[in-house]
Every structure is written in structure tokens, then in C-alpha cells.
Design a protein around this ligand. Structure first.
Ligand SMILES: Nc1ncnc2c1ncn2[C@@H]1O[C@H](COP(=O)(O)OP(=O)(O)OP(=O)(O)O)[C@@H](O)[C@H]1O
Ligand SMILES: [Mg+2]
Length: 375
């Protein structure tokens, strides 16, 4: 059977990746012109996918460049950061068997690499005697990349996580090493807009004005529509234009959710896709997520859950503290509503979007929003 063309991972190949041509070109142009790039968008819109799309393009057309990718979302300390960055470097160098020079550069005591038998990905263990050793190790990695025989692009995904490291001003440390590099260009990527913006635009922070911003928006609807119809057609399935509109509308053109619905629909339908098939696929997705959503309900206060449900039923809300909205859903005092909104924005349960004219509040997870609507 032909593989499902609607991928649920950030990137597989150009043919299964919709558009982002302009962003890909722009990012490569910035990097080639010696700029570091900050890439920001809400979650699950396609930042990581875009990074791999850019890497793919660079791999094809710029043989003098090596690309490195590190996701630091799981890191809690500078040790974790060094470990993840080292593993990212080794996973590229491993193929080039230049590991001994790299070990020399990172110092530390007895660096040890093992390879995951299932995935083949490297895992490094490092120990340090003191803080100085640790900083030297971090500096060593950057110096190693600086003297790499090819140009280097290093993407650090979920960069806002450096704010969570206790006992070290990671931003200041990184900035001090990074600013002297000429051979290494950086992509700093993150979804927490507030934190990312503060890191790169606050005059009091070390990374102030050191990068060029690239913000990722939703996929262009007509382009995404064509892509969806084409992929169904290539798989021998027909879908009417109105029905694709329905898919995009129900998932709010939010890439991960649109891909998930298309993926579900693709393997569970006949050659002629009907509006009923789509409704059933939506139902299956909500049913599969139901337990997770009810678990979330147990983690929130009743007032927060009520607030989330109210926003979902409205679709989006521009003024959540407005009397009419509060009264309609009996949400309590304006102060309590403000407090709950703030806390749920921080927890990434509510998405705040500013379209230049107005601010809109949504339930962040589109499937949760559709589930809450039905309550
Ligand atoms: N251009 C695209 N074409 C097809 N599918 C895409 C595209 N971009 C993203 N996706 C889909 O959306 C999902 C989310 O993309 P990705 O993981 O890149 O988002 P992200 O912005 O990095 O999210 P997060 O902030 O949660 O890390 C992917 O798993 C994939 O299914
Ligand atoms: Mg990502």
C-alpha cells in the first residue's frame, strides 16, 4: 500500500512538505549573508519542519556547509545543554569519523560515547571537576565548530529553555562565545513568543539585536488546499473542493491539526471521499483524545475549565474580560477571569494572537477546542 502522504513528523522530504518556499529561501539568504536567525511561531505550525526543509535544501545545493540540529526542550541545566549539543555534533561528525579531535576540544573527564542500538543515535556522558571545566567544554564545542573545514549552520530548537537553567546566566555565556564566531551561523527557534522576544529584543539582555527575526504564519490556504487535493489524488482518492475547505476550517488551518485530520481520512476512506467521511474522521480523532482531555480537566480548576469551554464555544474571543462574555458563561469576577487567562496563556492552553488590529484569544489545542464545543 502507498504510504500515507500526510506526515505527522516535522519533515520527511520536499514532496510531502507543503510550500514554505518563501520562508526557506529567506532563511537561506539570511544565513548566507552572515546573519543569525530567530524563528518564532505558535506551537505545531511547522518551525522544526522548516528548519529541516532548509537543511535539506542546503544539503542539496551547498556542499561546503554542514548543518547541525539540537532540540534543547528536555534540558534543565548547562550540563544537559553541553550533552545535547555534543550529541548533535557527533551525529553529523560520526559519519566523518573525526571524533577524537572533537573529544579533545570539549575536554572534561573521560567523555564516553555509546550508540542507541535501536536508533543508532549517539549518547555521550561527560563529567567535570568544576564550573570552569564546564565552561571550557562549552567554549570548546563552539571553537571546534569555528574551525570545522566546512561552513556550519547550527539550529537550536526550543531555545527559550535556556531561561530555565538555574545558577547560570546561559544567555550571557552563549552570547559571549557566539559573537566571536565567523564560521558558524545560528538559527534560534522557539514557540514562547513572549520569552523569545524578550531574549532577542530587550536592550538589557545579552542577545539584544543580534539576530534577524523570521516569524512563521499559517500556510496560505489556497496553496495548502491544492496540496491536500493533490496528495489525495496521487493516492487514488477524490475529494471535492468544498470538503477540503471543511477540513481546513475545522482544523483552523493549523498545520499539525490539518495534517492529522488528513492522515486519519486518508487511510480510513474509500476512493470517493464524502462530507460524511470527514465528519466521521473528526469524530474518531476527538474520541481518541477524549481521555487526555478529561485528564486535563482534572488538572485545572473548575473556573479555568469553564473559561476554556467558553472560549471554545465562541471559537475565539477578543475581550475575555468584557461583561457580556463573562455574564453569558457565568465566569465570575473580571479579576478572576484575568488571572485565569494569564495562567492558561502561560501553560499554553490559551493562544493569544495579534493580527495587527485586534487581539484574539483561542483554545491553543484545536482538537481540544472542538471537543469543548461539544460539551
Ligand atoms: N509545510 C508542511 N507541510 C506538511 N506538514 C507540515 C508542514 N509543516 C508542519 N507540518 C505538520 O505539522 C506538524 C508540526 O510541525 P513542527 O513540529 O515543525 O511544528 P513546530 O512549530 O516546530 O511545533 P513545536 O513548537 O510544537 O515544536 C508536523 O508534525 C507535520 O505534521
Ligand atoms: Mg518544533
Amino acid at each position: 500500500m502507498r504510504e500515507n502522504p500526510f506526515i505527522l513528523e516535522p519533515y520527511k522530504c520536499k514532496a510531502l512538505f507543503c510550500d514554505r518556499e518563501l520562508e526557506t529561501k529567506q532563511m537561506i539568504d539570511y544565513l548566507n549573508n552572515g546573519r543569525n536567525v530567530t524563528l518564532i511561531s505558535p506551537r505545531r505550525l511547522g518551525k522544526t519542519g522548516l528548519i529541516f526543509r532548509v537543511f535539506d535544501e542546503i544539503g542539496e545545493s551547498q556542499k561546503d556547509t554542514d548543518c547541525f540540529y539540537v532540540d534543547i526542550s528536555a534540558s534543565q541545566s548547562m550540563d544537559d545543554f553541553i550533552k545535547l549539543l555534543s550529541e548533535a555534533v557527533i551525529s553529523v561528525l560520526g559519519k566523518q569519523s573525526k571524533l577524537s579531535a572533537f573529544f579533545k576540544a570539549i575536554g572534561g573527564l573521560r567523555p564516553l560515547v555509546t550508540y542507541d542500538p535501536m536508533t543508532g543515535s549517539p549518547q555521550i556522558s561527560l563529567t567535570y571537576r568544576n564550573e570552569e571545566d564546564r565552561e571550557l567544554s562549552l567554549k570548546g564545542i563552539f571553537q571546534y565548530l569555528e574551525s570545522h573545514p566546512k561552513k556550519v549552520v547550527l539550529a537550536i530548537d526550543e531555545f527559550q529553555q535556556v531561561r530555565e537553567y538555574a545558577a547560570v546566566n546561559m544567555e550571557a555565556l552563549l552570547r559571549s562565545y557566539i559573537q566571536s564566531l565567523h564560521n558558524v551561523r545560528f538559527i534560534f527557534c522557539g514557540s514562547k513568543k513572549h520569552t523569545m522576544t524578550d531574549i532577542f529584543t530587550n536592550a538589557k539582555r545579552p542577545f539584544y539585536e543580534s539576530t534577524t527575526f523570521l516569524s512563521l504564519n499559517k500556510l496560505d490556504i489556497p496553496v495548502y488546499k491544492d496540496f491536500i487535493q493533490l496528495k489525495f489524488r496521487e493516492g487514488g482518492r477524490q475529494i471535492a473542493s468544498d470538503d477540503v475547505d471543511q477540513i481546513i476550517k475545522w482544523t483552523r488551518d493549523h498545520t499539525f491539526y490539518t495534517q492529522t485530520l488528513c492522515n486519519e481520512l486518508y487511510f480510513n476512506c474509500s476512493e470517493e471521499i464524502s462530507a460524511r467521511d470527514i465528519l466521521e474522521a473528526e469524530g474518531r480523532i476527538l474520541a481518541a483524545n477524549r481521555d487526555r482531555f478529561l485528564e486535563l480537566q482534572r488538572l485545572l480548576t473548575p473556573a479555568q475549565w469553564k473559561m476554556l469551554t467558553a472560549i471554545a464555544k465562541e471559537g475565539s474571543v477578543d475581550h475575555p474580560t468584557a461583561t457580556a462574555f463573562i455574564q453569558k458563561y457565568r465566569l465570575g469576577s473580571g479579576a478572576a477571569v484575568s488571572k485565569n487567562i494569564k495562567s492558561m496563556v502561560e501553560k499554553e492552553l490559551i493562544l493569544v494572537e495579534n493580527d495587527g488590529q485586534k487581539v484574539h484569544y483561542y483554545v491553543y489545542n484545536v482538537f481540544l477546542s472542538r471537543f469543548l464545543e461539544t460539551l
